[in-house]
Structures are given as structure tokens and as C-alpha cells.
Write a protein that binds this ligand. Sequence first.
Ligand code: ANZ
Ligand code: ZN
Length: 867
Amino acid sequence: MSGYDHTQVQEFWQWRWEQEDVYTLPENATDPTYVLGMFPYTSGSLHMGHVRNYAITDAIARYRRMQDEAVLHPMGWDAFGLPAENAAEERLTDPESWTRSCIDRMRDDMESLGFGYDWSREITTCDPDYYQWNQWLFLQLLEEDLVDYRGATVNWCPDCETSLADAQVDHINGEEVCWRCETPVTTRELDQWFFTITEYADELLDGLDELDGWQDSIRERQRNWIGRQEGWTVTFEVPAVGAVETFTTRLDTIYGATYIAVAPTHDLAKAAATEDPDVADYLADPPESSRGVKTGFSATHPRTGEELPVYVGSYVLEDVGTGAVMGVPAHNERDFAFARANGIPVQRVIEPVDGEDPLPDEPFTGDGMLTNSDEYDGLASAAARSQIAADSESVETSRTYRLNDWLISRQRYWGTPIPIVHCADCGAVPVPESDLPIELPDYEHTTGNPLEATPDFIETTCPECGGDARRETDTMDTFVDSSWYFLRFLSPEYEDGPVDPDLAREWMPIDVYVGGEEHAVLHLLYIRFMTKALADLGLLEDREPVTTLRGIGTVLYDGEKMSKTKRNVVAPHEYGPETTRFFVLSAAHPTQDFEWTAKDVGDAYDFQQTVYDLVADAADRQEWRTDRRAADEYLERAIDRSIVAVTAEYDRFRFHRVAAELRELARLFNRYRNYGTPHEDVYRRGLRALAAMISPMTPHLGEELWNLLRGEGLVVEAAWPEPTAAVPDYDLERTLIHGTREDVREIIDVVDIEDPEQIELVVAQDWKHRAYEQAREADAADAIVGEIQAAAEDADPDRVSAYAGDLEGAVPGLDPVLAPDTEREILTEAAWLFEDEFGATLTVRQATDGEDLAERARPGKPAIRIE
Ligand code: ANZ
Ligand code: ZN
């Protein structure tokens, strides 16, 4: 028998798949199952995280195809982005050439791994054919008022020389750093383009409740990111200047407000700075500490009429609430620290109700009972909030969000040009649709934004007045490219819009979307936003893009994430592509992190060899049996049980459990063929089922096995195996067999039986089963004795009440068991396993009252005698 030659087998089957065109989804397919892995950023070659991600989607796609579903399983390239520019600078090439060579390498990697993609739908975001639709979408959103152009303080990475969205700022050791290069982030004031995603804040938040197919952890992170807070705005008049609006969630503390504080970028702060150099200094370099600066303004307390000092405080965030707060030092930690640092009085207005007095030196931040609050004294916090709101004209209920508008401007070359022209007379003018795409010019090696250094690109005429104008040099955040790419896969050639609306109606949403947990917030929020916006444009019907989402864990090496910078990368090919695939799938639940170990990879390799040997042996076999024996009945049922179990595990994406099931099945086959001459039909069916069930995880091996077994056609197109008989209680059957074999082993071991000859299994009497079922259905222990006695009235009352007493202690929580006949049948079929393992003959019978084994037999746990 020859060994399994991975390389040869892989090349051959890849060629066959291509020849048969098995992965191309016909354009007229009705409602295919859409399986998508987050498309890769084109950074070089595939890493282990990619392999894991795409092995999962590929297994799902193959499994669903064998379930007779049409499957859409495409792949493409997230090809724009800053690293391409950096790489181009380092290697003296240009971003496009570098990106294209990465794509070629990654596509080769994917093909050698045997991922079954419909390559006819391949998309690349740096193709003008693709990014023209970014520009088109920008114009549509602009028309819908979902685009804003405004001066804003932006996070700035001095190293990448570009602005960063909030979510691209990482926090390392309390410092804000760039997500790409970890350079500390500074700020800049720039005119910027935004998508006003905040318009959808409520829908983005509320919609999460309906997304049952998403992990709770991801939904929770989105909720926190959107950060909706219900509260009130309270307006304080500022004589001579106007008014200041503050946002609070604790209106009940209003009588404790002893000052007003505004963010350094607040209008009031700017106004104060023009008159007061101290304030101007403060704004120029706002401190990290609680130190504030007092302005000359005062604000009138809307309830007491008192004049409160107005401060500028860097702890007040410009983009939270209104960028201004009423300071209540007695009941808020940050306000307390600020009051301390700036000599502001503290006024207590809430008493704790549980009697515990707060320390005099600490704020009390809980709800309680009002004091020092005029007519509201004695009210509880919650009641006081609604009462004060109802009584005060200057108070409005209000919601605020942590979510900000999506800043899409990047001051870089390698991205989609924003289709805008700046005209001295007409302002920012959108480029007419007919002029799209605005293509990127050739790359210039410069510092800063290469587009600024390309006069041919910049100099243009105004679409409105025809005068001289300047092209916008900002390009779009690459998250714009990926916010709708899943739609382009439906109709990659469509020319009248980003997607054919008829196909979108039928094929969307994505049925299963799989990707790294690091995208739990940004990317997944942006695709949800874009879907809703496109629905409002009339292009889509669905308002959510993804039905079932799986975020996947990380592959670790020595406890650390495998990554290029850590130099602990194992290339997918080191152990052979299919072994790598099988290993990453069988190592852990998809959402779990797991450790790469050479031993586990070796096991994955060996298992493929084992399965191959089993099948090759059967293919060569001359001698078969045709009469059916108990062992064959057992095998038949065990195969059915495996099919049911494996199917359930695939449905839940638990590939590691599939692998465990298949290992067990292979062990059983091995035992069976060593036990005696196999029954041809039963054994061949089992091996074919094994080949089919392993093929979503190891497709090349699957084809090879299928071929050896003379299966019809290709396994990738074969039907998923079906059980011959229903096995609703397959797990009970297994528990019974495993448990009983375990018990026999233990007895032989404990009693130290040298050479067992006879094993007798005695199944519990019918009345015990009936009593057991009564007890199992009872939700409480009391009163079951009577019911049990009624259920077992044909049996000896003393025995019944003794058994009822036993059961009473175990209610509730009795495990389900098989009916006595089934129990006997299953054990009888398993007799050969006992004989094989223990070298003894096995008999199975039911207990009769009076014999001593009958006392010990329990439903699901036969009495055992060994001689
Ligand atoms: C008065 C007050 C009294 C507040 C009190 C709290 C407790 P949390 O605390 O997370 O629920 N706030 C509002 N806008 C802010 C801004 N731009 N920068 C910093 N802080 C701001 O968030 C709500 C509270 O955060 C608000 O309620 C406000 O302080 C503060 F005993 O108002 B509170
Ligand atoms: Zn003009």
C-alpha cells in the first residue's frame, strides 16, 4: 500500500475542479447561500490568521453545497491603504506595483490551499472599475445630506502624515498611538469630509437586538461604541454672551452645581481666549491634569438664579454631549477632582438612603434622597429627575452618543480620490457623475501627500462656473472600500450602479460572514451603516447586511499572536497546505484562540494518513462478506449516529467537534475491519460517508478517497450523506455504549479478573423504566412517590417504594434514557465490541424481579456480571 502523496493529490484535484468549473455560481441562481470571509488586506502573503479564516468559510461553503444549496463564495482584495505607500517608499517601487504583486502571491497561496472560490467574481478595490463606485456612492450620500465638510480637530499621525478616525487610535500604556505604526497621535485642525453615520445611531443601536445570529460579545462592543446615553440638556444663561448648553445624566443634582466647565474647543472658551491671555495659553496646550482656567464669564443657575463661574477644563470632551457640563463636585468624581484643583466649593445635595454616610472627602455618586434642593428636598433621585425636568423651561430631555461621524478624509495617495472640486467662487463642488471615475495619477515619491505634488491632477476647471479650480486631494478611508464590497460580488460587471438591485434583492443578506474579532466595531458598523444608507437610496431592500456572523480567535505561537513583527510566523506551506487547513479547523472552536504546536500539526497529518490507509485497504480488498451479522447492524447504526452528529456540528460551525467525531469513526472502522471480514455494502457505505464528511475540511483528501471508493462524480458535488434510519437519540445510544464499556473495564480492573469469559448485561425491568420516566417528568421531588407507585402498580410495592426513594434524591435533573427494548437492542448490537475488547462473550437480557442482578439494574445503566 502506498503512502498518501499530498502534493500530487492536491495538484490533480485542483486541476479537476477547475476543469469542471465547480465553484462558479451561475448568474441565474436563485437565492444562493452567501458565505463570505472578510476579504484580506493585500499585505504580502497569506498568514495563519487568513488560513484559519478562509478554511472556516471554505468548509462552510463546501458543506452547504453538499447540502444541495447553491453557494456564493467569492474572494477579492482590500487593496488600498497606507502600508502600500510605505512599502513602495522602502522598496523604491510604487504602491500599485507592490499591491499587484502581493495580490498575485496571495491568490497563489489561496489556490494551493484549495479554497473553492468563484474567481469569476474577483474584485480589487484599487481598480478604477471598483473605486468609481466609491465615488458614485459619495455623490449619492452627498445628495442625501449624509456627507459633511467641516473644519475639525482631527487625530493626526505625524509618521503616516495622515488623519486617523477615533477607532484608529489605539491606547498603549495610557498613550494615544496610531493603530498602524504606534507613533503617538497629535491633533490638527483641517477641513475634512465626513459621512454622518450619527444620523443612523439609533437604528444601528436598536437593530442589534434583532441580530440573533451575531455573537453577544460583538453586539455588546457595538453597543458600547455607539454609547447612547439618555439625559437632559440644561441651558445656563451667560449674560452678555448668550447661553451655554450642558449635558447631564444626573438632573437630580442640579442644586449641587457650583460651576460650569466647557471643553477647550468650545465657542465660549474661544471667546474668552480673545480677551484673556491665560485662557489663550490654556487652549494652546490643554493640560492632562484637572487644572482648569477661569474665564471672566458667569452663568445663571436656572433654578436658584445664582451666578456660577465658567471654567475651561480639558476633562470636558468636545464630542461628548454638548461639550459643556454643569460641575457637581459633591457627586461626580471628575468634577470633584476639578473642584479640588481649582478651589471651587462643594455642595452636597444627595443623601444616601441606606444610611451609610459617605466619607467627607469623597463624592457620593449613587442615587439617593435630595437635600439642599428647595422644594425637591426629600424626593428620591429618580422622581426628582422627572419632576425637575417637568418644572424647568431650561431643561430638555436629550440623548447623546459616543459615536461620532465617520471621518473619511485621508491626506494620502493610495486611496479613492474624493470626487470634489474646490472653486474660489462656487466653493466645494461635486464632480458630475458622468466624469467618474476620477482616476489616481501616477505615483510621485514625495513626503506628505503625493497628490499635492501632481499639478496635472490638481488643476482642473469648476463644473459649475467653468473657472479655474483645484481638485480635492484627500482620498477616502479604506474602510469606505470595504463598507459595501460584499455587494459588488453579486454583479462585479454591473455598469449602472455598484450592484444590480434585482440580484441584491434576491441574494442579500450575507448568510454567513466570518472574520477577525478586531473588526467587531469599525468594519461591522460601517457595513451596517452603508446597508441602511443604500436601502434609503432605494438600492437595497435589506437594512442589515449579515444574518450570521462569526468572529474568529487568534492563532498563537508560544502564547503570542503569530505576526510578522514578532517573527513567529509559520508559513501555511511548511506542513503542507491541507494539513495546515485541517489543523487550524480541528484545533479549537472558531471563536477561541489556540496555540500552534508541531505535535498537533503532526497529529493532523497522521490522521489524514490513517484515513487514506483505511480506504486504500478497502479499495484493494478482494474478500468481502455478504451475510449480515450483529456487528454490521452495529456499524450501520454507528455510521448513522456519526452522520447525525457531524451534521449537527457543521451546522454550528464546530469543526473541531467534527474532527473529533471523524477520528472516532475512523477508530471504529479500524476495529471493525480487524474484527473479521467486513460486510461489503455496510463498510463501503461507511467509508463513503467518512470521505464525504471529511471533504469540507480536507477537500483534496476527500476527492481522493471518494475516487478510491468509486463514488459517483466529484465529492465536492456529491450529496451529503443521510442516515439509513432515524437516530433521534444518537447521543443516548452512545452514552449507553460508552458508559457500559467503561463500567465493564472498571469491574475487570477493580475485581482483577484475569481472563473474563462471560459478560452478562442485565437491563432494568420495565416498571423501573416507567417509574424513572415519571420521576424525570416531575419538576419537584415531593409527591413523586405516589405517582411512581401508580405507574408501577404491577410490581412488588416494597421494591417500588425502595426504588422511588432512590429516585427522589435525584429529582429534578434525571438524564433521559432509552426505552428498555431499545436499550437491549443497542447493547446486543454492540456485543462484538465487548468481545473484541475483552475477549469474552456477551449476553444481554432483561432483569426479572427476585434475582439479585435485578436490584442493581437501572434504566440506562444495566447490571453487569462478569465470569
Ligand atoms: C452633572 C452630574 C452630576 C453628572 C453627577 C454626573 C454625576 P456618565 O457619568 O458616564 O454617565 N459629561 C457630560 N458631557 C461631558 C463632556 N463633554 N465631557 C466630560 N463629561 C461630560 O456620563 C454622563 C455625565 O458625564 C454627565 O452627567 C456629565 O456629568 C458628564 F452627580 O452632569 B453629569
Ligand atoms: Zn466655480
